[in-house]
Design a protein. Structure first.
Length: 324
């Protein structure tokens, strides 16, 4: 028991469940996985999420439809699978994600001839509760950057790297995977622009300011050469063993920097991304520009940050207006 809740049952191993599928269903999963990787260019993390959901769906199909194969996947099976998930206590946000995975699979299966019709569009998507992400205030972000800078004053290469990491994350709002994927050649310090490869291998140019440029300069000139073991390694940020920086290390770096600020919420790299977007909008940036900077596929994703700024304005009003 932890925090009054019963311990969760251990999840079945995905490889075991996948291996236990009938050959036709296992072959369909393998082909769908290749489609996601090669044709849609999705990240390994996203592909793994889709495949996990689809394996669960097809395992359910095998249990209720016997040897019907993929052709047995109709709307009733999809709804029964989701109902089973709901009865097991799966959250609405997870159900929405699994619904999206199922619809992606049925659309692909119909397109490739494995299904005679696509039942996916008739499958209702559970609404996700919209939670406003916690963000730093602008002064808290400044304190986090200062705390990181003070740690780098002695010139330790890891401290120089960590300072550059938090400055670049906050200055640009890039995802942590995008940051760790940067090469030295992706940095144009003369124009102060990063070349970023985002989701779906889409490239975008992201500007950064003078503080991030100064931190990058110190890292490149005084820190990176001390950690670089292989001259052919083009990675911008390096780990202590000289390889490309691991996203987990970048997350710890951000947690440490933000943790040094009294009263600040506990945030990781994604929290800095939220904070950067919120501060841009509060400073007058238009929504389309922020969408392009963050690499969002749709404007609807970026619009979440307008809710953040409105909620913060309401909180300020409630605290300060005499007739609030």
């Amino acid at each position: 028991m932890t925090g009054g809740r019963p311990a969760r049952a251990s999840r079945p191993d995905l490889r075991e469940v996948r291996a236990g599928l009938p050959e036709e269903l296992r072959s369909a999963v393998d082909s769908f996985e290749r489609h996601l990787e090669l044709e849609r260019g999705l990240s390994a993390h996203t592909v793994r999420g889709y495949v996990t959901d689809v394996v669960s769906l097809l395992s359910h199909l095998a249990g209720v439809a016997g040897d019907a194969g993929v052709r047995g996947l109709d709307l009733s099976v999809l709804r029964e699978w989701l109902s089973t998930q709901h009865s097991a206590g799966v959250s609405r946000s997870t159900l929405a994600r699994r619904t999206a995975s199922a619809r992606a699979f049925t659309a692909w299966a119909f397109k490739t001839g494995l299904l005679p019709t696509d039942p996916g569009p008739r499958l209702a998507v559970p609404s996700r509760p919209r939670r406003l992400p916690p963000v730093l205030r602008a002064d808290q972000a400044g304190e986090a950057m200062s705390a990181s800078a003070s740690g780098a004053e002695q010139g330790d290469p890891v401290a120089l790297r960590d300072h550059a990491v938090v400055e670049v994350l906050y200055a640009t709002g890039v995802r942590v995977a995008e940051l760790c994927g940067l090469d030295v050649g992706d940095v144009d310090r003369e124009r102060r622009v990063l070349r970023v490869i985002g989701k779906g291998d889409k490239e975008r140019a992201v500007p950064f300011g003078l503080p991030a440029d100064a931190a990058l300069g110190r890292w490149l000139h005084s820190g990176r050469p001390k950690l670089l073991h292989d001259p052919s390694n083009s990675a911008l940020f390096l780990g202590v063993r000289g390889g490309r920086l691991d996203p987990r290390t970048a997350r710890r770096t951000v947690h440490d920097a933000v943790g040094a600020v009294g009263g600040a919420p506990d945030l990781g790299p994604h929290g800095l991304r939220h904070s950067a977007a919120t501060h841009l909008l509060e400073g007058g940036a238009d929504l389309r520009s922020v969408q392009e900077l963050l690499g969002h596929a749709t404007l609807a994703t970026t619009q979440l940050y307008t809710h953040v700024t409105v909620e913060r304005l309401k909180a300020i009003h409630d605290r300060t207006h005499p007739r609030s």
